[in-house]
Ligand binder design. Sequence first.
Ligand SMILES: Nc1ncnc2c1ncn2[C@@H]1O[C@H](COP(=O)(O)OP(=O)(O)OP(=O)(O)O)[C@@H](O)[C@H]1O
Length: 255
Amino acid sequence: MRVEIDRIGWDAGDSAIVDDVTATLEAGSFTAVVGPNGSGKTTLLHLVAGLRRPARGEVRYDGKPLRDLPARERARSTALLEQQPDTSLELSVRDVVALGRIPHVGRWPGALDEGAQLVPAAMREADVVHLAHRTWSTLSGGERQRTQLARALAQQPRLLLLDEPTNHLDLQHQLSLLETVARQGITTMAVLHDLDLAAAFCPRIIVMSQGRVAASGDTEAVLTAGLVDTVFGVCATVERTDRLRISWSRQGAGR
Ligand SMILES: Nc1ncnc2c1ncn2[C@@H]1O[C@H](COP(=O)(O)OP(=O)(O)OP(=O)(O)O)[C@@H](O)[C@H]1O
């Protein structure tokens, strides 16, 4: 799915939290959204998901204004992984993953029948097969994160929106989660704090600063040492070896 974000804005009281943001997510592309704390990344993700309605501008899915899409169609096409999924669920991991089928079948436990093939496949992809019978509330943060990814994959969305998906994950699982997402070929937008991971996995990037786009486009062109200093206030080294690498050295002068 191709997503156009066209001059969108969203306010809280008198403050513009997201302002005049324009970007395109090409079909099948993987885009990182980076920026300092409070720069509007999660709000932007929610606007693209349709959880918030822009006060200005519009979001289009394959050319159709998101506000005109029926809620069911939007729920089928878009999967959102939130930062802090609910912790009080008493469902098993397999049941949580099967919830991903609800937008398609519209009922429970039909979601489990219909997902007979897709649910285990998604669990294998996200490395949670061994947790199938564990209760959600007993999982570690990283196990929850991977279970939520399996739920999203079981949904077979056309747009995947991830809010800090590598939060809580050990290094091996950070890499495997991003590799798993990248090989799906689904249009994906992920809020990431780790610039090196964004550089390694996301060919496209949107850099947010104070609610606006500070820079966007091809990650290799956008992520320069100067930009990292200006936006994050950190001295960084950007190298192109086998891949684009970002390493920080110390606080910079930019902010
Ligand atoms: N409903 C709201 N009312 C008032 N302020 C809000 C509201 N939602 C978000 N904000 C403010 O808007 C700013 C952007 O929030 P947002 O969560 O989008 O930032 P972020 O870039 O995702 O931050 P972080 O990296 O810390 O997760 C923050 O200062 C936040 O406090």
